[in-house]
Design a protein around this ligand. Structure first.
Ligand SMILES: CC(C)=CC(=O)SCCNC(=O)CCNC(=O)[C@H](O)C(C)(C)COP(=O)(O)OP(=O)(O)OC[C@H]1O[C@@H](n2cnc3c(N)ncnc32)[C@H](O)[C@@H]1OP(=O)(O)O
Length: 547
């Protein structure tokens, strides 16, 4: 056992308990008072609605719980981006559910709300997963309309996606469960089928105040766009429910009749628990970024029977590659090794040490070849990130690290098998890209509470920025005293340290979630099950290879 095991364990368990507390807070949405007001109207909250709809809430994963965290402070905040998204099972069918949280500014859409809805639709499209929208939304958040209204990643894209998803044959069902105004009105009606809850559900392009102001007509909201109006007069909605539960029961009934899909056909065996104790991960993962560890010990605690068939074990050792199973599903693992390694001595080459967590030419080549192998065999890829970047310096540059890294980025980008990314430790610079960061289309990407994501570490960034700022001040004729230099360094480092937090990344949806390491198997298994719904239609083709 590592002498630091207990110290590491305390530290990592503390991080996991901090995660639990943060989640509990975020789950209150707009706060207890607003929840009470919501209940008083006879409405369930967004999370209560989803939990009632799902067969088993434990068997579900929440996407983007920390979206919007710490953002829009001057507007009172936007917990979970004002919308709750979960993947779970309805009558045994895996679905993704999107529910507006009307306790947050009446469910109005902030910029992050649009990003999160687009992510939910992306997950539905990539995996051909049925999607259920529980709508309760005041439309665009008006004070920020310029950041949410017309662009390709803005609100309008959601309705465009509704139409495209429908033509792809993806089931979309909506329930109008509150006041759905303007932008909030299109989404449910662009779905295949729309339900509306009597008395509490209403839907219109403009509410009674605007109608009065615009055309002088006096009408109440219920007559204008309530359940009776839309089920009996306009024909806009298809089912009238007597309350929230009745609407959710109707959705369950409809979903229970969906036929089966063509599958991708990923290999699955009988699931087995890891042989090694999973919670030992907390003691293995170092507290200090300067400490090393053997990623194999983490892998053994994530995979079935702790069995890992390592590919090219002795070559390119700063990346581990190999085959395993997670909850029965066959996977190809590409993992950074944060451990100083010694390359084998060859006649022509002296042995040398390689820094852990750094990608070298040999490890990039090995990963590229392994990724190609997994594509050839239709095996989903799992990336375990703890990477500071590619090796720098003349030896590495002259050895062609840029082209070797480019090959790996090429293989990751052009992979046709589903990819899943777990940020365990560092996720810095181009290492984030090569190891399948968000820009490389992982089907799901999660971070452990120990993760750090940034273009470089806080320390390195502060040093670089300090050099730039002091040079600029010197040009202006200012003298830089050691005190001024320290003050500048501390300020830059503090800003950077805040930005490298996994919560900062999750709030901007650079990741789908911050998770307890012990939930990793569940996320990957549910992710592969979702991916199995969508046959792989494209051939693996690397285009021009950077040899
Ligand atoms: C995409 C396109 C093409 C267009 C659009 O979406 S334009 C948006 C048009 N939307 C509206 O005009 C809706 C305005 N809101 C309402 O009519 C009502 O809020 C309601 C009927 C949706 C809900 O009424 P409720 O009594 O349940 O809630 P409120 O107390 O009125 O609101 C709670 C809270 O949210 C703020 N709020 C509501 N809607 C918006 C909005 N669209 N933009 C910004 N803020 C909104 C409201 O001011 C209140 O805030 P405070 O708690 O801070 O007072």
């Amino acid at each position: 056992m590592d002498i630091n095991f207990n110290k590491n364990e305390d530290h990592n368990k503390l991080l996991a308990s901090d995660l639990k507390q943060r989640l509990a807070k975020v789950k209150l949405g707009g706060g207890e008072k607003r929840i009470e007001k919501h209940h008083a109207k006879g409405k369930m909250t967004a999370r209560e609605r989803i939990n009632y709809l799902l067969d088993d809430t434990k068997n579900s994963i929440e996407i983007g719980a920390f979206a919007g965290e710490g953002m829009y402070k001057e507007h009172g905040g936007c917990p979970s981006g004002g919308v709750v998204v979960k993947i779970g099972y309805i009558k045994g069918t895996q679905c993704i559910v999107v529910a507006n949280d009307a306790t947050v500014k009446a469910g109005a859409w902030f910029p992050i709300t649009a990003k999160k809805n687009l992510r939910a639709q992306e997950i539905s499209i990539e995996n051909k997963l049925p999607i259920i929208y529980l709508v309760d939304s005041a439309g665009v958040y008006l004070p920020m309309q310029d950041e949410i209204f017309p662009d390709k990643e803005h609100f309008g894209r959601i309705f465009r996606n509704n139409a495209v998803m429908s033509s792809m044959g993806i089931t979309q069902i909506s329930a109008v469960m509150g006041s759905c105004v303007a932008g909030g009105a299109y989404l449910p009606i662009m779905s295949d089928e729309a339900l509306i809850v009597d008395k509490t559900g209403s839907i219109f392009l403009a509410g009674s105040y605007l109608v009065k102001a615009a055309i002088g007509e006096s009408i109440d909201n219920e007559t204008l766009g309530g359940a009776t109006t839309h089920c009996e007069v306009s024909g806009v909605t298809d089912y009238k429910a007597k309350d929230d539960k009745d609407a959710l029961d109707t959705i369950k009934n409809i979903v229970s009749k969906i036929g089966s899909y063509d599958k991708a056909g990923f290999n699955r065996d009988k699931p087995k628990k890891p042989k090694e104790k999973a919670d030992e991960i907390f003691g293995i993962l170092p507290k200090s970024r300067a400490d090393q560890y053997d990623m194999r010990e983490i892998i053994k605690r994530l995979v079935d029977g702790s069995e890992f068939e390592e590919y090219k074990k002795g070559y390119g050792q700063t990346i581990l590659t190999g085959y395993a199973r997670i909850d029965g599903w066959a996977v190809g693992i590409v993992a950074n090794q944060r451990k100083l390694v010694k390359t084998t001595k060859a006649k022509t080459k002296p042995s040398e040490m390689q820094f852990g967590g750094v990608i070298y030419s040999d490890s990039a080549d090995k990963a590229t070849r392994f990724i190609a192998n997994c594509n050839q065999k239709k095996i989903p890829l799992v990336f375990l990130q703890d990477v500071t970047g590619f090796m720098v310096g003349s030896k590495s540059e002259h050895g062609g690290i840029i082209k070797d890294g480019a090959k790996m980025v090429n293989a990751v980008s052009n992979s046709v098998v589903p990819k899943f990314t777990v940020v365990i430790g560092n996720s810095y610079g181009a290492g984030n890209y090569a190891m399948c960061g968000k820009a490389y289309d992982p089907r799901l990407i999660v971070a452990w509470p120990s993760a750090e994501l940034a273009v470089m570490s806080g320390n390195s960034a502060a040093k670089v920025l300090l050099q730039i700022e002091t040079a600029s001040l010197k040009k202006k004729g200012e003298t830089i005293t050691p005190e001024v230099e320290k003050e500048l360094y501390d300020r830059i480092k503090a800003r950077y340290d805040e930005q490298i937090s996994p919560y900062y990344a999750a709030s901007r949806i650079w990741t789908d979630a911050v998770i307890d390491p012990l939930d990793t198997r569940k996320w990957i298994s549910m992710g592969i099950e979702a991916a199995d719904h969508a046959p792989i239609e494209k051939k693996f083709n690397l285009g021009v290879i950077q040899v």
